[in-house]
Ligand binder design. Structure first.
Ligand SMILES: [Fe+2]
Length: 165
């Protein structure tokens, strides 16, 4: 299993509904670093296996289902997530962007890999690994399901494999 991320096979059926929500939501600064709007898990009910994962890992219990917004020509600097062990993400808009993961080595980041976002596909990220986002042409909107710290990236990756997500 990859230490950085896992690409899921699941093709989302919820993207049209999610995209229609984008302009209606209010994006607020959370954790002092993200422009985010929280969603109810019901919007993902048609992605049955993802919905099962949400219930299994208590993603809904702490309002950890969000759409993150990054404005054009912005960089979300290198960091690790302190409040979640992993994130199950899907890029909804803003493909002129790069999400990178890597290991800190002084002023460098080494072993850098680009997160392979594709339309309608989920990627599980190990958010204890340093990551950053560079966004260019348009607003970038990312669906992000935060897995609480009581679990581990490994556990979620195993669940995805066992349940053929
Ligand atoms: Fe992050």
């Amino acid at each position: 299993m990859d230490e950085y991320f896992v690409k899921l096979n699941t093709v989302s059926k919820c993207v049209p509904a999610l995209k229609s929500l984008i302009p209606m939501l209010e994006y607020k600064l959370v954790y002092g670093q993200n422009n985010a709007a929280n969603l109810n898990e019901e919007v993902l009910k048609n992605d049955e296996k993802i919905y099962g994962l949400i219930k299994r890992f208590n993603v809904d219990k702490e309002s950890k289902i969000s759409i993150f917004k990054v404005t054009p020509n912005s960089c979300y600097n290198w960091h690790t997530d302190g409040i979640r062990c992993a994130a199950l993400n899907m890029l909804l808009a803003g493909y002129d962007s790069m999400a990178l993961m890597g290991r800190k080595d002084g002023i460098f980041f080494r072993d850098v890999e680009r997160v392979p976002y594709e339309p309608d596909r989920y990627v599980l990220l190990n958010t204890s690994i340093n990551h950053s986002v560079y966004n260019f042409a348009e607003d970038r909107y990312l669906l992000s399901l935060g897995i609480p710290m009581e679990f581990s990236y490994q556990e979620v990756a195993n669940y995805i494999k066992e349940n053929e997500l």
